[in-house]
Design a protein around this ligand. Structure first.
Ligand code: PEP
Ligand code: MN
Length: 266
């Protein structure tokens, strides 16, 4: 693994808008899927108002069943661009198809590579060739070593603006959707020098576990968090069990901000 340049070079901080990644704590929040302009706009205003600095919203959804909601796709990208302009936001969405990378660049600030795509090598090579930050989620069946190699695919093509995201791995445990591997945070930071954030929603699949897992991630030294927030989680078209409503997100943020400030200073 030491052959990997991402391991040898220890990447430095980079900017996305006013945010210095690696220095500023990333608070990424928003709905699992963009379901329309109104709900996305309300979510963006609420999450920003509570302290989030990046707005997320799925456009192309990687669903297990082809009959499940697949996302609003191009329409969602257009909504994200509109919100970015109206509210001065930094926005992130997942792109799954390598053929859509170039056409998505004008709409978003960060490209998300989802857990199911971590082994999609043509996609990794494609995002390696662009000048935009990439959030690389851990494959839910991927080892640390495989995850590093995937980051290397991006780095090798010339893109070093990579953020890693631990989002849980599949184990024999069924109480939670996945098992959150918090040891991956310091391991990946030490191995690669890249910023590592944590997504407790997809890791656990349960909204009641989000606050405690957020706190644990901050204490483990994470560089940020990604939380799913929806105006009415019960009616969400994807992941209804793991999204917080606006009030829940706001009280979570009030609890987390002093903890973030404490751990980032010490
Ligand atoms: C997501 O963040 O929208 C998502 C689908 O997550 P994951 O790729 O981790 O399952
Ligand atoms: Mn989701």
């Amino acid at each position: 693994m030491t052959k990997n340049k991402v391991v040898q070079n220890k990447i430095t901080n980079f900017k996305i808008g006013d945010i210095t990644v690696g220095e500023d704590f990333l608070l990424i929040a928003g709905p699992c899927s963009i379901e329309g302009y109104e709900m996305a706009s309300a979510s963006a205003k609420a999450t920003k108002g509570s302290g989030a600095n990046i707005f997320r919203g799925g456009s192309f959804k990687p669903r297990t069943s082809p009959y499940s909601f697949q996302g609003l796709q191009q329409e969602a990208l257009e909504i994200l661009l509109r919100l970015k302009q109206e509210l001065n936001l930094v926005v992130i969405t997942e792109i799954m198809d390598p053929r859509l990378i170039n056409s998505s660049l004008d709409f978003i600030d960060i490209i998300q590579i989802g857990s199911r795509s971590m082994h999609n090598f043509p996609l990794l090579k494609e995002v390696g060739m662009i000048d935009k930050p990439v959030l690389l989620k851990r494959g839910f069946q991927a080892t640390i070593e495989e995850w590093v190699h995937s980051a290397e695919y991006i780095y090798k093509e010339g893109n070093s603006k990579i953020i890693l995201c631990e989002r849980g791995i599949r184990t024999f445990e069924t109480y939670t959707r996945n098992t959150l591997d918090l040891s991956a945070v310091p391991i990946m930071q030490k191995l690669t020098g890249l910023p590592v954030i944590v997504d407790p929603a997809h890791a656990t699949g349960r909204k009641d576990l989000i606050p405690s897992m957020c706190k644990a991630a901050i204490a483990a030294g994470a560089d940020g968090l990604m939380v799913e927030v929806h105006p009415t989680p019960d009616t969400a078209l994807s992941d209804p069990e793991q999204q917080l409503n606006f009030a829940e997100f706001d009280s979570l943020m009030q609890e987390l901000i002093p903890i973030i400030n404490f751990f980032r200073k010490n």
